[in-house]
Design a protein around this ligand. Structure first.
Ligand code: 5GP
Ligand code: MN
Length: 322
């Protein structure tokens, strides 16, 4: 059922024991919103735990209460009045699905591809980040934001907007950010922390750039991290940003072979709705940033994703019939 934010706040107020979780392959928004909500609920004297069932990149490890994040153990059965799923739909929370089975769900998200099927959901696709929603929620819950909680929220907002560069940045995003800075956030420190790369990461970028291919008369650019290259690369974070800036490129994508017959796709776009491409392939995301998994060998996955992007570019070029 679609809820408004006040209803979501009511559900949080009514619950005593709450579990907060977010998506696998967690980004700054997933971790930032989880930790911020965890801290807010603690101020409201709730019995609250925060789980993310994946490894979390080290740049996020300086976030307040990062060490409170738990992972469910095999076969573990959790008990709570409410499971809050942030920044994704309920099928992207890894082992938390099983571990928290049967607990009533409150889903809070900003992904347009979230169908909201079968759960209580507050969905705001216009929000730049789930952290922007959690900031609004703090006002309804009348929780005063301290510097630490504000830092978590600001981190999610800047990582999901590319430091206010992307089209999802709206006036209320900047107003929220301003309030968070008033609450004590030090923007330059967060930027430095988020932009930090190891020497190995930069070497990885150099190697990845060697794989770049241009398609469809310069309208698409792809990076291809095969199994061999994957072994030398710790994280592909930010790689796609190196090619999405190329003049004339409408869709930038990265194909990453994670295991035999398992590839991950990231897409960024200037015009084409890449959430539709991702959705068709079983993934999701936003109009200008989306992703999916392809269960196929690397070369086959390469063909599948290139073909799907070509089709989308073609559809865009055709005037619609209606
Ligand atoms: P990224 O390329 O940074 O991994 O993901 C871009 C956006 O698409 C993010 O908002 C992310 O949550 C979403 N996304 C990426 N992969 C998937 C996926 O497999 N399924 C869904 N539903 N969303 C995804
Ligand atoms: Mn997000």
């Amino acid at each position: 059922m679609q809820l408004d934010l006040k209803d979501a706040a009511k559900k949080l107020r009514a619950a005593k024991k709450i579990i907060v979780t977010a998506h696998v392959i967690p980004d700054g928004d997933a971790v930032g919103s989880s930790l911020a909500l965890y801290r807010m609920l603690r101020t409201l004297k709730k019995d609250v735990r925060v789980f993310i069932d994946d490894t979390i990149k080290t740049t996020l490890s300086t976030l307040p209460d990062f060490d409170r994040i738990e992972r469910p153990t095999d076969g573990e059965k959790l008990d709570a009045d409410l499971l809050v799923i942030l920044d994704t739909q309920p099928d992207r929370i890894g082992g938390m699905r099983q571990a928290a089975e049967g607990i009533p769900i409150l889903n809070i998200d900003h992904h347009v591809t979230n169908s909201g099927e079968g759960v209580d959901i507050y969905l705001a696709p216009e929000a730049a980040a789930t952290c922007e929603i959690i900031y609004e929620l703090s006002k309804i819950l009348r929780v005063k934001l301290d510097k630490e909680t504000a830092t978590c929220l600001y981190t999610g907002i800047v990582t999901d907007t590319g430091f206010f560069n992307y089209a999802n940045t709206r006036p209320s995003t900047l107003r929220a950010a301003a309030k968070l800075i008033e609450a004590g956030v030090e923007p330059h420190k967060i930027s430095e922390q988020m932009e930090k790369k190891s020497l190995a990461d930069v070497q990885g970028e150099i190697d990845a750039l060697q794989t770049m291919k241009i398609f469809f008369e310069g309208k698409a650019a792809g990076l291809f991290i095969d199994e061999e290259l994957s072994k030398r690369i710790e994280s592909t974070e930010g790689f796609i940003d190196l090619i999405r800036i190329i003049d004339g490129v409408e869709v930038a994508f990265l194909l990453h072979c994670k295991a035999e017959n398992y590839c991950r796709v990231s897409m960024r776009s200037k015009t084409v709705d890449v959430s539709k491409i991702a959705h068709k392939l079983g993934g999701g995301g936003h109009i200008r940033a989306a992703g999916c998994s392809i269960n196929a060998p690397f070369d086959e996955a390469k063909m599948i994703i290139t073909h799907a992007i070509g089709e989308a570019l073609n559809d865009q070029a055709q005037p619609s019939e209606s």
